[in-house]
Design a protein around this ligand. Structure first.
Ligand SMILES: *[C@@H]1O[C@H](CO)[C@@H](O)[C@H](O)[C@H]1NC(C)=O
Ligand SMILES: *[C@@H]1O[C@H](CO)[C@@H](O)[C@H](O)[C@H]1NC(C)=O
Ligand SMILES: *[C@@H]1O[C@H](CO)[C@@H](O)[C@H](O)[C@H]1NC(C)=O
Ligand SMILES: *[C@@H]1O[C@H](CO)[C@@H](O)[C@H](O)[C@H]1NC(C)=O
Length: 405
């Protein structure tokens, strides 16, 4: 009797499983066909106009409206996945208070710096924390340009873009969404939503989807290289945001050396000219000192060289400052990307040697040209001069000095 009952129960369970499997298969078939239908037209168009790689994600504009039930499905999948991933960690914070969807306020971290100063590395470190939603370079669309003053024509829209994103309000950011669709970097780095965007271009073009998915995440990370510190008070003053800020600075010689190797930089004034770069460094110094006084506990200043030399210690300090309690995934990331067994294979591999490569690679004439226009900025941020080539190349020359701010 008991055995028969058990058997029936088992059969019922088996039946349920088969039914579930069936549902999943049907769903997959429907979903793939749905995707195909949606993208067939544009894929053909892309193929005929430009045959190569980069066009795969490139679509002229975000005109398609995604049906709301489809958005709902994707958002609930994302929610379930996120909750599952978060369940492995022991957050000392109460995550419910950090999820916008349920009326909370996320832990928001901003990384501010300039080109080739280690923001990608630090951005990835923070993005390693489970539950992070990563806004990668929201001002990418301005090109190779710094936004320094409120009077600049781009300033208001740039600040509006930043605050709207942090509030998960994509509704007014049409240009941003269209640009992100062309420059996939902007979304691809947001690893936790990228799989939705990768095959469903229209989805990540849809402001409702983007807003809803953004509101699921307890942590936000944003990295910016096109905005100077002087404009930051507008963001710090926003009580609703409660942003914390990491300002990253780098030795101008290492920075300019790195910049010379990227194609977008050399012929532009804001990125290629050491004099302008160092004027920015100096202005940032003044602004940082000001902000540290006026907004205690909201800004942390880090030199890239220190982060690269002591990635574990400095990352821990940064996480503490930002209010993060889970460190395991960050250590895992650092083990992968700083503990070099291979030579540096990509931009994410950073070791203690990286910040000082310029000492052996750069021509002393170029170095002294930079030093000439960067004297004051280097003094303020604690970078020592190299006197001559022998001095520069010598192992004993440590470019780092103490500094106060
Ligand atoms: C979770 O964190 C609390 C408080 O820090 C600690 O007491 C507890 O042992 C941790 N649990 C696990 C499974 O790590
Ligand atoms: C930059 O300018 C130099 C000389 O002025 C030129 O040879 C080079 O092609 C330019 N590079 C780019 C990327 O425009
Ligand atoms: C590198 O990896 C080893 C073993 O996984 C670990 O003990 C060490 O702390 C890591 N970091 C550095 C900077 O060596
Ligand atoms: C280079 O500079 C160092 C430090 O000022 C000095 O001691 C040394 O004599 C200089 N060497 C040459 C070749 O000028």
């Amino acid at each position: 009797m008991v055995n028969i009952r058990r058997l029936i129960a088992r059969l019922a369970r088996l039946g349920r499983r088969i039914y579930l499997l069936f549902c999943v298969i049907v769903f997959i078939i429907i979903a793939t066909n749905y995707n195909k239908k949606m993208f067939l037209n544009e894929t053909i168009k892309e193929k005929s106009s430009k045959p190569k790689l980069t066009t795969v994600y490139k679509v002229p504009s975000c005109v398609y409206k995604v049906p709301s039930h489809y958005i709902k499905e994707h958002v609930s999948t994302a929610r379930a996945k996120l909750n599952y991933q978060l369940s492995f960690y022991n957050f000392s914070l109460n995550l419910d208070n950090l999820v916008m969807e349920s009326g909370g306020r996320p832990l928001r971290s901003l990384i501010l710096s300039t080109w080739k100063s280690g923001t990608t590395f630090l951005g990835e470190i923070l993005n390693a924390i489970p539950g992070s939603y990563y806004f990668y370079e929201p001002l990418l669309m301005y090109g190779i340009k710094q936004i320094r003053e409120r009077e600049q024509p781009e300033a208001d829209i740039a600040l509006h873009t930043i605050t709207s994103l942090l509030k998960c309000n994509y509704e007014t950011l049409k240009k941003y969404l269209e640009f992100a669709r062309e420059r996939v970097d902007q979304l691809r780095r947001n690893t936790r939503i990228w799989h939705h965007c990768k095959f469903m271009k229209h989805l990540c073009c849809d402001f409702e989807f983007m807003s809803q998915i953004c509101m699921l995440f307890p942590f936000q990370v944003m990295k910016l290289v096109r905005l100077r510190l002087k404009l930051i008070p507008k963001i710090l003053d926003d009580k609703e945001l409660n942003v914390k800020l990491i300002f990253l600075v780098r030795d101008p010689r290492g920075m300019m050396h790195s910049r010379r190797n990227v194609e977008f930089c050399p012929n532009t004034t804001d990125c290629g000219d050491p004099k302008i770069a160092c004027q920015d460094m100096l202005n940032d110094y003044v602004a940082a000192r000001d902000l540290l006084q006026k907004y205690p506990g909201r800004l942390m200043v880090i030199r890239f060289e220190e982060l690269a030399m002591e990635p574990y210690d400095v990352s821990l300090r940064i996480l503490k400052f930002l209010g993060h309690s889970v460190t395991g995934p960050v250590y895992e990331y650092l083990n992968k990307h700083t503990n070099a067994t291979k030579p540096f294979s990509n931009t994410y591999r950073v070791s203690s040697r990286v910040p000082f490569k310029w000492k052996n690679k750069m021509d002393f004439v170029a170095v002294s040209e930079i030093q000439e226009v960067c004297k004051l900025a280097m003094k303020k941020w604690g970078y020592k001069m190299a006197f001559n080539e022998t001095h520069m190349r010598s192992e004993d020359f440590n470019p780092l000095d103490n500094y106060t701010i």
